[in-house]
Every structure is written in C-alpha cells, then in structure tokens.
Design a protein around this ligand. Structure first.
Ligand code: SER
Length: 350
C-alpha cells in the first residue's frame, strides 16, 4: 500500500474504489484485482459483503451510493485513483420501481463522477472511472429490424425501452461529459479532468454466481437449474437471440480496458461480444451437458419484449482494434471448458 502526501499536508491511503462490490461482477473483479497484486481495494455495497470478499479488501463500507455523507467520507479518507462503478438496479428489477432505479443508476453515477472530479482536482492526477454499461442501452424497434441489423455498432439503435437501458445510456453520456466538458465555462476549469472508460456488456454467465433482477438471466438460470436437477421454465421463446459472454472474460475485459494505453482509445464506450446462441440452442447445449435437464419454454410477454428490443449481436471491432479485446471463450469453450465442469463441481460439493 502506498501513501502519498496530499496538497494540504495530510496523508491518505491511495485506493481503488469498487461500488456494487457484492454483485456478480464485483465478486469476480475483486478476486481478479487481488490476483494481480492490488492491495488497496475499498469496496462499497448496500449489503454487508461476504467474509470471503471482505478479506480481500483493504476496507469495506455498507451504504448507499446516493448517500452524499458516505461518499464525502470516502473522499476525505482515501486518495481514490480509480473507480469501478458497478452498483446498479438491473433491467427487470428496475421496471417495478423505475424512479428508485433512476435514483440509484443515475443519481449514484452522477454523485460518483463528481466525487471523482473532486479527487482529480485535489490530488492533481486524473481519476480513472470505469463503468459497465449494457446491451440494454439499445432499443431495436421490431424483430425484423433486429434480425436484419445483426451485429450493431456502438452508435446505432440507441432508443432503449427500459428504465435501466435509459439510465445506462445517459450515464455513458454523463461520463463523456465529465471527462471532456465538465464545467466548460468556469474560469478555473481543468481540461480532461477524468479518464472515463466504459464497456457495454452483453448478458453475462457465471459458473459461481446466479444473477438476480436482470432480463438476460434466462441463460444463466437455465444452466444452474439443470445442474441442480431442477426443472426450468424459460421466460423467452426458443428463437430469442442476444449476445452473451462468460464472467471471466467480462472481468478480464474490464481490467484490460482500465489499463489500456489511453492514446490508443478512440472512444469512451466499447461494445463487447463473444457468442450469441438462441435460447433454444442454449437449451440444447445445456441438455446435452446435463441429460436429465427439464427445460420448457413459457414466454412472459413483457420480459420477452425487453429481450426482443436488445440486438442479436454486437460489433466489437473497436474494442478488438483499440485495446486488444479477445475473449477466451466462444460458445463451445464457454460450456466445455468453463461452465459445465465448474458448475458441475459447484453443485457436487453443495
Ligand atoms: N444483464 C442485464 C440485464 O439483464 C443486461 O445487460 O438487465
């Protein structure tokens, strides 16, 4: 752990701040950062973190990212050099309480962007702010357009239909605003005060955790149910197709983007893709791996409409070109090398 003097002569520990640390991405990210030697992790979550995660952190906080007193305390206590802002209410959950989702997803991001800008100003180094966005930022107008469009670029079809998607798209813009134009008319403004980097994740599948509150959850739910010998009623039609990636690839990508050479970055927001089976193809692979699996399709009209508004696939050539994004897992190896053996072992031990 390094200690640097602050401009006012006090000493604060430098830290990487991870919000939403108790979520699926948070778990994987904290472990991966520790494996890479980071000992200065400060984690924040609305719920108390598991012991296993707490032990990997320098300090943990339980609280709301919208709580200005708490974020102010973080600012006073640590010299935050990097923020991975993961806290969010996902797309299904957000539709039950859209205004709360807006408070958390947008209000929380705004407050942290301001915190980051103040940190940059106080220690004179630009804070790096890394935000996962999502395919929910897209809004395909109808199924025919979705099929015709295929792999969509970062700048097309940005008319999200969910509160979560609207929030993520707006937060992408907020990040770009803070990075490039914050207080653009103020006399004492500092150019490029923040280093803002963002990925648009597809649906994520982890062997270790099961998601909650998302609408891409049908993929991970299906395989985790099958591995436990439980029947699963999939809430979308078998022909439903969206992109997915494995959690280890998602974590590696976040860290790779965070540490990419800034001079090579041509944009703030990057698509990530890996594979995109239909729900029916997903079920076939799962049934092959777990022969007793009982998977049925009982589409839920509203959740189906949300998934139908997400693209069939994404064009991630900018990420591949600018910072060498190259997921380890394609559809075949995601199942054969990662999901099936690891999920099997997980439930065998349970
Ligand atoms: N996994 C997210 C959700 O389902 C979308 O990226 O809300």
């Amino acid at each position: 752990m390094t200690q640097k003097p602050t401009p006012i002569g006090g000493r604060r520990n430098s830290a990487v701040l991870i919000t939403g640390a108790g979520g699926e991405v948070g778990h994987g990210l904290i472990r991966a950062l520790r494996e890479r030697g980071r000992e200065d992790i400060v984690a924040l979550d609305i719920r108390k973190l598991d012991r296993g995660i707490r032990d990997l952190c320098m300090e943990t906080f339980v609280g709301d990212i919208c709580d200005h007193a708490l974020t102010g305390r973080l600012l006073a206590t640590f010299e935050i050099t990097e923020i991975f802002h993961l806290a969010a209410l996902l797309s299904t959950r957000a539709e039950f309480t859209p205004e709360t989702a807006h408070d958390v997803n947008v209000g929380g991001t705004l407050s942290l962007l301001q915190l980051a800008a103040e940190q940059s100003r106080s220690h004179g180094n630009r804070v790096r702010f890394v935000l996962p966005s999502s395919i929910a930022a897209y809004g395909m107008p109808d199924l025919e357009t979705k099929r015709r469009a295929g792999r969509v670029t970062e700048d097309e079809y940005l008319q999200p239909t969910t509160m979560y998607g609207c929030n993520k798209l707006y937060c992408e813009h907020l990040g770009r605003y803070y990075a490039r134009h914050y207080r653009q008319l103020a006399q004492d403004r500092i150019d490029d005060i923040l280093d803002f980097r963002c990925v648009r994740y597809p649906g994520l599948i982890s062997a270790d955790t099961v998601p909650s509150g998302g609408t891409s959850d049908f993929g991970p739910e299906m395989i985790h149910a099958a591995a436990q010998g439980e029947p699963y009623a999939c809430f979308v039609r078998p022909d439903t197709r969206i992109p997915f990636m494995t959690m280890p690839d998602a974590i590696d990508a976040l860290i790779a983007l965070a540490h990419a050479d800034e001079s090579k970055l041509t944009r703030h927001v990057y698509n990530l893709g890996a594979f995109n089976p239909s729900a029916g193809e997903f079920a076939e692979i799962v049934t092959e791996a777990f022969p007793g699996a009982e998977i049925t399709f009982e589409p839920d009209k509203q959740r189906q409409a949300i998934v139908d508004s997400w693209p069939e696939d994404v064009d991630d050539s900018a990420a591949r070109r600018d910072w060498g994004y190259a997921p380890r897992h394609d559809l075949e190896t995601a199942f054969s090398e990662y999901l099936v053996p690891r999920i099997r072992a997980r439930y065998a031990d349970a």
